[in-house]
Design a binder for this molecule. Sequence first.
Ligand SMILES: C[S@@+](CC[C@H](N)C(=O)[O-])C[C@H]1O[C@@H](n2cnc3c(N)ncnc32)[C@H](O)[C@@H]1O
Length: 223
Amino acid sequence: MDLKQAKKVTDDANQLIDAYMAAHSDAEPDYLALVNRAAHVHTINPRMLSGHFQGRILKMLVRMIQPQRVLEIGTFVGYSALCMAEGLTTGGHVDTIEIDDELEEFIREQLAKSPFEERITLHIGDALEVIPQLDTTFDLVFIDADKRLYREYFELVLPRLKSGGFILADNTLWDGKVLIDKPESNDYQTIAIKAFNDFIATDNRIEKVILPLRDGLTLIMKK
Ligand SMILES: C[S@@+](CC[C@H](N)C(=O)[O-])C[C@H]1O[C@@H](n2cnc3c(N)ncnc32)[C@H](O)[C@@H]1O
């Protein structure tokens, strides 16, 4: 078997495992399945949304951490914001930031159709500009926007995170490309994710662990 065949076997096995895990976890709520479907019909890159399995993980992490204030960087259609809102206890709130103003109407429609609209505030703008204007601290931050800016997002949110608070950084294995020793010089996303992971690994302000979920999810706790 050559490498290409071996990769196909591994990919097939992973798909079966993914399907098994999804089938043996909580089902995707109906309103989220509609958001998922609408994203596939109306957006160019629906694969960006978290989806059933990761959505249930986000909700469960929120259940475990019990944050009052959650910040999300990268709303897309609102899927992950809704999953986190679903897991909140009374009084909890999600602020979510999306740079693409063409998505605003679509996102607001999805939130309005859900049971959790009241728990979510949508900010349209560049997170690098919006975050400094947010006059609050957070218990949990989900970083899921431009991969080239993960370090900037991290440095911006760390002072606004309570001690003992968590950051979740998505896509930190970047489809396995983090293993490439010397990425192409124009592969800015792989270069930035590798630099972010290297930096996080040695930063003693935080505790961290990478979970091999989907595309890699790094759990970070501020000491
Ligand atoms: C992977 S998608 C987010 C998916 C969403 N969190 C989910 O799981 O359903 C990334 C989103 O981040 C947005 N984005 C990219 N750079 C941004 C920035 N600097 N500030 C805010 N949003 C940004 C993109 O427009 C895109 O909609």
